[in-house]
Design a protein around this ligand. Structure first.
Ligand SMILES: CC(C)(COP(=O)(O)OP(=O)(O)OC[C@H]1O[C@@H](n2cnc3c(N)ncnc32)[C@H](O)[C@@H]1OP(=O)(O)O)[C@@H](O)C(=O)NCCC(=O)NCCS
Length: 176
């Protein structure tokens, strides 16, 4: 594994273990951080100050804007109906299948082990809960969880420092 010579790295990008990632033909913006065992494929674009945790898979067709958090084991996809072979059993070659793009807008956060089915937009400032399977667009500043992911309310106003809460959020209730 390696960082390919065709990877466009911005200023101050940190790749914690360059020998343990597989990055090729992609673009990574200034001050982003990439953990170990991450794959980022050709044509994928990451903005500035994006944090990608270990084992994330970011294939061709994915665009991630500034300030996004990608949790460990997050899995994007880029082919809605994937197949290894055609009707006659021959291997499909590059260009014989269709890439469906996916967009993650500024400052969104995607929790650990979430799966993002291709073709969606995760809105600005939105949060995807751990383990969610996202199949539809996620509205800006919202919180979605589950499989399939459903809206459970707005993203909490706080970011990484939650206040002490006296009650738990109730699933299926939208708080305003
Ligand atoms: C979605 C999330 C932000 C909700 O946090 P919260 O607002 O504090 O919510 P609570 O923990 O009070 O949970 C509220 C309810 O939602 C459920 N819930 C919480 N997270 C969930 C998730 N990811 N998927 C499904 N249900 C979830 C809880 O079980 C609880 O339901 P209950 O009252 O029936 O037990 C959080 O649980 C989460 O998934 N964060 C991402 C963590 C992560 O992946 N970090 C990556 C870096 S290590």
């Amino acid at each position: 594994m390696a960082v390919g010579p065709d990877v466009e790295l911005g200023r101050g990008v940190v790749i914690h273990h360059p020998e343990l990632v597989n990055l090729y033909g992609c673009k990574i913006g200034d001050q982003s951080k990439i953990a170990a065992f991450v794959e980022i494929q050709r044509g994928a674009v990451l903005g500035r100050r994006v944090k990608v945790e270990a084992f994330a898979f970011i294939p061709t067709g994915v665009t991630i804007e500034d300030g996004v958090f990608i949790g460990p084991h997050v899995c994007f996809s880029n082919d809605r109906y994937p197949s290894s072979v055609d009707e006659s059993g021959d291997l499909l070659q590059v260009g014989e299948w269709q890439v469906t793009p996916t967009m993650v807008r500024k400052r969104a956060s995607i929790g650990a082990n979430a799966t993002i089915v291709c073709g969606v937009t995760v809105g600005e400032g939105a949060m995807v809960g751990a383990g969610a399977t996202v199949t539809h667009d996620v509205p800006p500043d919202s919180l979605v969880v589950g499989n399939p992911a459903r809206l459970i309310g707005p993203r909490p106003k706080w970011w990484s420092r939650p206040p002490v809460r006296s009650r738990k959020r109730r699933l299926n209730t939208v708080e305003h």
